[in-house]
Design a protein around this ligand. Sequence first.
Ligand SMILES: Nc1ncnc2c1ncn2[C@@H]1O[C@H](COP(=O)(O)OP(=O)(O)OP(=O)(O)O)[C@@H](O)[C@H]1O
Ligand SMILES: [Mg+2]
Length: 227
Amino acid sequence: MTPEPAVLATRGLTVRYGDTVAVDAVDLTFLPGSRTAVMGPSGSGKSSLLHALGGVVRPDGGEVWFENERLDRLSEAQRSRRRLARMGMVFQFGDLVPELTLVENVMLPLQVLGERARPARSRALEMLDALGVAEVAHRRTGAVSGGQAQRAAIARALVHRPAVVLADEPTGSLDSLTAEQVLDTMVAITTASGAALVVVTHEHVVASHLDDLVVLRDGRIAVGAPA
Ligand SMILES: Nc1ncnc2c1ncn2[C@@H]1O[C@H](COP(=O)(O)OP(=O)(O)OP(=O)(O)O)[C@@H](O)[C@H]1O
Ligand SMILES: [Mg+2]
């Protein structure tokens, strides 16, 4: 039997900061349509792993394969292009543009990809509506709550139908009911497009909405099936 081709995979992935080994020789495989929770104590390397998976940082060792290409061998500009076009990332500490409205933020990936303003706006509004924040779509990001901004960041990560969605604590600012609704929306949208979903979370209830679990400890996989 031929194994299903992974959309994203690592081999011996290692990320260091000086003497700190944040990610220590990690092997992971993400299939299209897979839904994975990444858990582990603070400092165990979850964000570092996600940043390397998304090509935000180049790993210090090992390989990152994305859509049959060695992401770790590409230049920063090439990695950015792959990420903008084919990945959706939700960062732990947010990175929406505060001067823009929520809908303008969500339109950005589509506009970078050459979509015209009118369809980009209407698709962005659809995504904000799916995440329950349509009513504040036209407010500047600096003038909405943390949880509303977080949902806009999720909308922005999903809007261009990426092949992989990498989300770092995407529901950390949400109450538990809203968190579950947002998770369900992320699962529904990625399932419809066949995208792989990877969610870093401290919350077991969030992980329970996903199929696979990887637990990191000191940068290594403590629980989870390395492929
Ligand atoms: N920019 C940096 N410079 C130096 N050390 C760093 C840097 N970023 C992370 N680290 C260290 O790398 C290790 C892994 O950090 P990382 O942010 O990946 O953990 P995490 O699992 O995401 O934690 P949290 O749950 O608190 O977000 C920690 O020891 C951390 O202190
Ligand atoms: Mg983190």
